[in-house]
Design a protein around this ligand. Sequence first.
Ligand code: ADP
Length: 414
Amino acid sequence: MVLVLVVNCGSSSLKYQLFDMRDETILAKGLAERVSVAGGRDAVLTHQPAATPELRVEAPMADHSVAVALVLDALTHPVHGVVESLAQIGAVGHRVVHGGEAFARSVLITPEVLQAIERCAELAPLHNPANLMGIRAAQRHLPHVPHVAVFDTAFHQTMPRRAWLYGLPYELYEKYGIRRYGFHGTSHLYVSQIAGEFLESRGIPRQEQKIITCHLGNGCSMAAVLAGQSIDTSMGFTPLEGLLMGTRCGDLDPAIIPFLMERLGMTTDEVEEYTNRKAGLLGVSGVSSDMRDISAAAAAGNDRAVAAIELFCYRVRKYIGAYAAAMGGVHAVVFTAGIGENNPEVRRRCVEGLEFLGIKIDPERNQATPKGEPAVDISAPDATAHVLVIPTNEELLIARDTAAIVSQSHTPCA
Ligand code: ADP
């Protein structure tokens, strides 16, 4: 199986990449936007083949099935297409946000797996139903091809109980599954694998490795990765917990929620909207959810923008300290995603004052952004821990898992 299509469905969007697994190159990628049950009349598909010009298709997309059909048309388009026939696509890998406790790794999608993902939808009501629509639509159009589910939560299923249990009555976990799950698992796994290879080349065997991964994008989370396994992560029952994010508040005293509801008369929907979409960098700065705008505003003297950056970096720093304590040390801190890969000033501030942990960056190396390299070491020569910038690639990990699972399931029994 050579070509793997990776599909990532949101409630109104569908992102895709087609990989040639012989050399892991991307043949084409694209995005269908504004898919809507209301008719999706302003929907648009942007298809970007690697070797020919972009194709833009404006067509109504009332559901994900229409979007998938348009994507498959684009992939086989006489001018902008990259395959002659859909029969060349060997497998489809789907990103699924929540696998609950049912999935600790990626799996071949069977009717039972679909049912289990449906059960997890209660835990991720915004995401899993969209992921399911994408799976069903892709299965409808590519029925003879194996489909694989890759979960955002799976990597964190190795967390010990002390890391995933909340200090709530235990029956809330037993009855309703209220516990910490963690997200961004594909990204934390991908970059920690590369960091692990880097450390191995420096003589630190995998079973001893202590890695802290910082995924700093629009959504932000961190993970403590001990001997290749996630033992703690900053997101919890939902992606709201932990770091300050583009529009999410992160860690919060839970007593603030009833206060908002009682004193300000907010409904649960309003509280949800406030904490998920109006808080974080946007809410604190009042400027934007994008770190570039906030940095510009801070440079121009906007004190709320200054406060947002301070809060953002301070939380990352606190979590680095916490995870170093959880693992009894740290060999590498990894920065990834939009902010982690591209913002040297934020990286500098996140590790400021952590020399006592052996963490110290080289100011010149810190200006580098990795282009084409798997990992850039920005630590100072006298540091004992490495600080690495590693571009994340969740789609590639999904494609690799998909290829691996499909080839295993095709291995004849001895
Ligand atoms: P998402 O989580 O939606 O995939 P990203 O990983 O792209 O988003 O992260 C978005 C954040 O990354 C924004 O705050 C933005 O300022 C920052 N960012 C993205 N690209 C760059 C860049 N080239 N230079 C500086 N900052 C960037």
